[in-house]
Write a new protein. Structure first.
Length: 229
């Protein structure tokens, strides 16, 4: 992008990406342990934990799909050698993570229905978590500074819009509450600034309560350990 244009165009504010990454790292780490904690044959708890795995896997899928469709092409188009050196690594890491993701989503229905086969599911979640932690750290170190440099704020917002458009609307307050759990209040205020007042109230009041209730059922506490950024 032309430097002269950059002076007049708001560029990407990437703080929401750190918020999403913190949520994904925390939830997959906690979920791996939550599956371990379900006694074989405990269908009731497998179904509770399984529903949360299903939700968080869906969020991860949309998060990566948005990057594949919106972010990588923009960076490759604008960043020359600088982005050509790192974007293919990001794409490869997405493939590795999604192999483990496919394993998890393949094993999930059977485990949810029977409470059996938890070891295999835990193994797949561990592989997913290992790939994800490595990928998110590299993305934060190498990609986010490039996004701030080459991607406009309007283009960046397409990532969140992609997620909103393809999510079931009923899941949004819980998802937002889960994302808010470790986010700073300034960022939350900025993210909700454009939302209509009723949506703002729903997200701020209902979101954290829904997450606390979900965490209590899945992890046994309404305040699961924070992992920090
Ligand atoms: Fe990301």
């Amino acid at each position: 992008m032309n430097r002269a244009i950059n002076e007049f165009v708001a560029m990407a504010d990437v703080r929401d990406m750190y918020m999403a990454h913190t949520m994904l790292r925390r939830e997959f780490r906690l979920l791996t342990q939550a599956v371990r904690n379900v006694a074989p044959g405990n269908i009731k708890q497998a179904s509770v934990v399984g529903a949360h795995i299903h939700l968080v896997c869906g969020i991860l899928h949309l998060h990566h799909e948005g990057e594949d469709l919106v972010l990588w092409p923009l960076l490759l188009e604008r960043g020359g050698q600088e982005t050509a050196a790192i974007v293919p690594t990001m794409e490869e890491q997405h493939l590795v993570i999604h192999r483990a993701y496919d394993e998890v989503t393949g094993l999930l229905p059977g485990w949810r229905a029977t409470g059996r086969g938890g070891e295999k599911l835990t193994g797949a979640l561990e592989r997913l978590l290992t790939g994800l932690v490595k990928h998110l750290a590299l993305e934060e170190k190498e990609i986010l500074p490039l996004a701030e440099k080459y991607v406009t704020a309007a283009e960046w917002n397409q990532l969140a819009e992609h997620g909103f458009a393809k999510s079931a609307k009923s899941t949004l307050p819980l998802t937002f509450g889960m994302a808010m759990y470790e986010a700073d209040s300034e960022l939350i205020k900025d993210l909700l600034a454009q939302a209509p007042p009723p949506a703002r109230v729903i997200m701020l009041l209902l979101g954290p309560r829904l997450y606390a209730a979900r965490a209590k059922r899945v992890y046994g506490t309404p305040t699961p350990p924070r992992i920090g950024a």
